[in-house]
Design a protein around this ligand. Structure first.
Ligand code: FES
Length: 166
């Protein structure tokens, strides 16, 4: 056995034997491979970027059925919406609940709306009762779509006082 190993190590190298790779070449190849792998990872990361990470905003136009028990002068704010609807004998109307001062969402109150940010107060028809809000809450378009059902378009302002038939 020892003779075989000695005979093997004494063998004269053939010109067909692969050359041993010098350490410098090996390190160079390893560095190039690492750079290519990092580049591919960066490209894969960039390809993921264009995907939108936000949800589309809900439509500003929506259908709502007013509760039968909604008393005149009482605000009904559909969940997730920024509009208050009122029903009276003379019709239905909708008022934006976005404060005209700096855009906070106003809260319904017995006398209309209160803004929790800087204390503005509004009447149920949106008129300013107390500043600093500079202007009334805007009215938005309402149209009748059926018995007790209405279509509200938060993106379409209408002049104050325009009501939809009950
Ligand atoms: S945002 Fe409503 S009073 Fe300032």
């Amino acid at each position: 056995m020892a003779n075989m190993a000695a005979a093997h190590s004494d063998r004269k190298p053939s010109r067909l034997d692969p050359e041993a790779m010098p350490r410098r070449d090996f390190l160079g190849l390893a560095a190039a491979g690492s750079a290519i792998a990092a580049l591919l990872a960066a490209i894969a990361g960039m390809l993921r970027l264009p995907r939108a990470a936000v949800l589309p905003a809900p439509s500003k136009k929506y259908r709502v059925t007013l509760p039968e028990s909604l008393a005149p002068g009482t605000a009904f704010i559909p969940p997730g919406r920024s509009t208050a609807l009122f029903r009276g004998a003379d019709g239905v109307y909708a008022v934006s609940t976005i404060c005209t001062h700096l855009g906070c969402v106003v809260k319904p109150a017995p006398d209309g709306f209160h803004c929790p940010c800087h204390g503005s107060r509004f009447a149920p028809d949106g008129a300013v009762l107390k500043g600093p809000a500079p202007s009334p809450l805007p009215w938005v378009a309402v149209s009748r779509a059926g018995e007790g059902t209405y279509v509200v378009d938060e993106g379409k302002a209408v002049p104050s006082g325009r009501k939809e038939a009950v």
